[in-house]
Structures are given as structure tokens and as C-alpha cells.
Write a protein that binds this ligand. Structure first.
Ligand SMILES: Nc1ncnc2c1ncn2[C@@H]1O[C@H](COP(=O)(O)OP(=O)(O)OP(=O)(O)O)[C@@H](O)[C@H]1O
Ligand SMILES: [Mg+2]
Length: 338
């Protein structure tokens, strides 16, 4: 017998989306508007035709369209607002209340009977679970069982930045899709369109500076643009130049350059933790590499070896490996090279 819960017996929290933010306002509404993620978009468009779906895992750097793709897919699959609400649950896996609360919400949602009135629609429900990599190992192991228990009625779209932080049995239950960093030109174009719509005057150079500053995270760039827009209207040229400075902390780069040779391992571990909180990706490696060159830390003798180290770490990060571990690996290797 299908267990049927009354919706009012338990409140299901949907992730609140604030439509006033430009991130929400300019979030792609359909799959065709998701740019530069051809592989996952083609797979999702096929799934729309076939109406069946494996569990999915979207991973990749911040602000590259993971949440947007998951939402756009669900909206195309369940175009009616009422059906969407009935069939799609979006939540953060790192819910403060812990795995018990997540389990309760998911179990309730996946067992709830769905309206059968919707014709030509798949019978399953979808749970979009964001930030899965923020869950502890114990919670992830519990999550694996939850996924198994709910698979009869529910498909999961798991989302994370770093796939290397996930418990292997969760990864193996999903079809994996890596979201690539968006080309800088495409990001600048998107920002330009937003500026035009919002009547905000920002030069091409400023937009490119903003893209650099946001380290490939388009959401961060759109958010910064919205925050800066009212100030920019009255800013003079010097002030504008300051607003578009790089977001990484130049002092932090200097600290690394100065201290890497003489620091103890424990200090390097601390430094890698600090840096990983203040930067979001590979751009930091590029800046660091340039500065190491300027400071003659990198010279003709070691440039090949250090260049290899940088590109290896960049590749690993783009493949979804943990940023802090790569920073640590880079710094420790650099220390032995110098
Ligand atoms: N591939 C893309 N195509 C079009 N717009 C995009 C794309 N990626 C990001 N954006 C823009 O950036 C904003 C944020 O995208 P989204 O929330 O989907 O990123 P995300 O990958 O889920 O990031 P995070 O890992 O930080 O959660 C969107 O509102 C949209 O305007
Ligand atoms: Mg997201």
C-alpha cells in the first residue's frame, strides 16, 4: 500500500529564492539558455524526451550553471507551477539541523503521493540536493541509504564543487557530469547584457576586470555587479578603478612568496587553509605563479618543474579535486624545489 501523507502534516521547506537578486532574475530559465555546458545540456534534453532519468551528480567550479541546469531541467519536465511544487524538492545537504532533518524531509517528500492528473509526465519526483560535499562522511554514508530507499519514487540530482570529497558509493550510484569554467568572453558578454537591461554603464575593460576578479564564478560576478551598480553611478575614475581591483588578497600572495622557504609544515598547512577560504580557484595559482616570477623565486633553473606543478594543480581543481589539498600539495612541493 502506498503510504500517503497529508501535506499539512509536515512542512517541507523549499530553498528560498530571492527574485530581487540579479542572480535569480538572470538565471537561465530553460536548458537552451545554459551556455558552454553542451554535454550535460544534451543529456538533459534527451532525458526530457525519454522521461526517464538516472540519479545525477553535477560537479565543478562555483557559478558555472549547476543549480541553474538542475532547475531549468525540472521546470521543463514539470512546466506547471503546481506540478513543479508537487514534484521537485530543492534543498541544501549541509542543512544546519543535520542528517536526521535531511532524512526526515527527504523521506516525507519521496513517500508523499503525487497527483496523477498530470498526463505525459514521468511518475518520479526529483530532489535537488546542493552542497553534498559539505556533508560529513557519516552523513554521506546515511545519504547513500536514503538514496537507495527512495529510488522507487525519486531521482536525485546531487550538486557539489569537489567530487573528490564525496563518498565513493554515492558517486558510483550517479551519472556524473562535470561543469566546465565558462570562457571569460562568455562571462563578460553575459554581464554586458545584464548591464544593458539594468541601465548600468560599465566599460568593456571594467567587465573584464570583474570577470578576473570573480575567478570564473559568474554568480559572484553578477552579485558584485548588482552591489556595485548604485555606487558606480556617482563614482569618479579613481574610485571605479578601485572597485574593479582583483578580489584575492595581494598580501596573502606576498606572504606565501616570502615565507614558503622557511615555514614549517604546520605553518604551511595553516596558510593553505587561509588561502583556500579567500580564493575560489585556479586564478589564484596564475597570480601566484606570476608573482613568484616577479620576485625571482622562479628562475631559469626551476621554471619547468614549478610550471608543471602549477598546471597539475590547476587540472586537478578543474577536475573537481579539493582546492585546499591542492594548495597544500603545491606549497609543500614548491618548498622542496626552492
Ligand atoms: N552556464 C551558464 N549559462 C548561463 N548562465 C550562467 C551559467 N553559469 C552561471 N550562470 C549565471 O550565474 C548565475 C549562477 O549560476 P548557478 O547558481 O547555476 O551556479 P552554480 O554552478 O550552481 O554555482 P555554485 O557552485 O556556487 O552553487 C546564474 O544566475 C546565471 O546568471
Ligand atoms: Mg549552485
Amino acid at each position: 500500500m502506498v503510504e500517503c501523507f497529508r501535506a499539512d502534516l509536515m512542512e517541507v521547506d523549499f530553498v528560498e529564492r530571492n527574485g530581487d537578486t540579479w542572480t535569480e532574475k538572470y538565471r537561465p530559465k530553460d536548458l537552451a539558455s545554459i551556455s558552454h555546458q553542451e554535454e550535460v545540456v544534451a543529456m538533459l534534453q534527451n532525458a526530457l524526451k525519454g522521461k526517464d532519468l538516472p540519479h545525477l551528480l553535477f560537479y565543478g567550479p562555483p557559478g558555472t550553471g549547476k543549480t541553474s541546469a538542475a532547475l531549468a531541467f525540472c521546470h521543463e519536465l514539470f512546466p506547471s507551477k503546481a506540478v513543479f511544487k508537487d514534484r521537485v524538492l530543492e534543498m541544501n545537504a549541509s542543512d544546519d539541523r543535520g542528517i536526521a532533518a535531511v532524512r526526515e524531509k527527504i523521506t516525507f517528500f519521496s513517500r508523499r503521493a503525487v497527483s496523477t492528473a498530470a498526463k505525459n509526465m514521468p511518475s518520479f519526483k526529483i530532489i535537488i540536493l546542493d552542497e553534498v560535499d559539505a556533508m560529513t562522511k557519516v552523513a554521506q554514508s546515511a545519504m547513500r541509504r536514503i538514496i537507495e530507499d527512495c529510488s522507487g519514487t525519486t531521482r536525485f540530482i546531487l550538486i557539489c564543487n569537489y567530487v573528490s570529497r564525496l563518498f565513493a558509493p554515492i558517486v558510483s550510484r550517479c551519472a556524473k557530469f562535470r561543469f566546465k569554467p565558462l570562457p571569460k568572453e562568455a562571462q563578460a558578454e553575459r554581464l554586458h547584457t545584464i548591464c544593458e537591461n539594468e541601465n548600468t554603464k560599465v566599460s568593456v575593460d571594467e567587465l573584464h576586470a570583474l570577470v578576473e576578479r570573480s575567478e570564473g564564478d559568474l554568480r559572484r560576478a553578477v552579485g558584485s555587479l548588482q552591489a556595485m551598480a548604485p555606487i558606480l553611478q556617482h563614482a569618479n575614475a579613481d574610485e571605479r578603478a578601485e572597485y574593479f581591483l582583483p578580489s584575492y588578497n595581494p598580501q596573502l600572495v606576498e606572504t606565501i612568496v616570502r615565507s614558503i622557504k622557511k615555514s614549517k609544515t604546520s605553518e604551511i598547512i595553516d596558510l593553505s587553509k587561509r588561502v583556500s577560504k579567500e580564493c575560489s580557484g585556479v586564478n589564484f595559482f596564475k597570480v601566484l605563479f606570476d608573482q613568484l616570477l616577479d620576485e625571482d623565486v622562479i628562475n631559469n633553473k626551476n621554471i619547468g618543474q614549478i610550471g608543471k606543478l602549477v598546471s597539475l594543480c590547476e587540472k586537478r581543481i578543474l577536475d573537481g579535486c579539493d582546492l585546499q589539498r591542492n594548495l597544500l600539495d603545491f606549497m609543500l612541493n614548491l618548498r622542496t624545489t626552492l
